[in-house]
Write a protein that binds this ligand. Structure first.
Ligand code: SAM
Length: 258
């Protein structure tokens, strides 16, 4: 993957599709991510956060509003600029670098938290990216990851029946045919992940705790309706049920502790 300074159609599409989104729309989801992270790494003053793939910059802005020390790494110069502009709208100056997580130096034992939301499906050498994240976290630091789930019945990547189920080459060919060659420069989902595949790799690279979405779900939160609370309690206790639910869930979501 390279940094592309020319206009790319998928970046233009992303900007257009997200132009109407406001921080207020995003707040419940952002607050949920931060709440879950803090359960495993309390964010004391001075704690450092890195976000990989900032998109429109909402997580950056939200964290800045909470007076957290956050920086971002973003492969698209155009998106980094859009995020900076959104930041200005909310009187927040974002600390962003343009770079590719596969290549850019992100440091060693430096961060308390690293977040990569809807990013790693786009990272061609994702193994290398994850290894760099493990190295860049302090001992006890937390990695928040969410991405594609291969056997989901719907896909946030592209609206096509059973899109994620298709072999990689078929997906690439379909996207090139429908969206043009430059989808392979940025925007393509190189990877459709599965829970077992990610769990195995996160353990292999040295995370001491690897928790999927069901494992870390906080059932004491008030925003959970009683029906959902009961369903999650069953998923937490009946392993085959959890396995089935995770196989077809809309996304893969993990919190890993170094
Ligand atoms: C689908 S957007 C998600 C944005 C944001 N994290 C969110 O959840 O709204 C994926 C973002 O990751 C960026 N990205 C993709 N590959 C990357 C890489 N190798 N290194 C850094 N950023 C990358 C994209 O440019 C884009 O901003």
């Amino acid at each position: 993957m390279h940094i592309h300074y020319e206009d790319l159609t998928d970046v233009a599409r992303y900007i257009e599709n997200h132009a109407h989104v406001t921080l207020e729309d995003q707040t419940p989801a952002l607050d949920n991510i931060l709440h879950n992270i803090k359960r495993f790494r309390p964010l004391e003053p001075g704690a450092k956060i890195l976000e990989i793939g900032v998109g429109s910059g909402w997580f950056q802005i939200y964290c800045k509003q909470q007076r957290l020390d956050i920086e971002g790494l973003e492969i698209s110069p155009q998106l980094a600029e859009v995020a900076r502009q959104f930041g200005n709208r909310y009187q927040q100056e974002l600390n962003l670098r343009v770079g590719n997580v596969e290549e850019t130096e992100i440091g060693t034992d430096k961060f308390d938290v690293i977040v990569a939301a809807s990013v790693f499906e786009h990272v061609e050498d994702w193994h290398n990216g994850v290894r760099k994240i493990v190295a860049a976290l302090k001992p006890g630091g937390v990695f928040y990851f969410d991405s594609t789930n291969k056997f989901s019945f719907t896909s946030g990547e592209y609206d096509f029946p059973l899109y994620g189920w298709m072999p990689d080459n078929w997906r690439y060919r379909l996207r090139i045919a429908r969206q043009g060659e430059d989808i392979m420069k940025l925007g393509i989902d190189f990877h459709q992940f599965t829970y077992p595949q990610l769990r195995r790799y996160f353990k292999q690279v040295g995370f001491s705790r690897v928790m999927d979405f069901v494992d870390f779900k906080d059932l004491s939160r008030n925003n959970l309706n009683p029906w959902k609370r009961r369903a999650f309690r069953s998923l937490k206790t009946v392993r085959p049920l959890k396995h089935m639910a995770l196989t077809f869930a809309p996304a893969t979501i993990f919190i890993c502790v170094k």
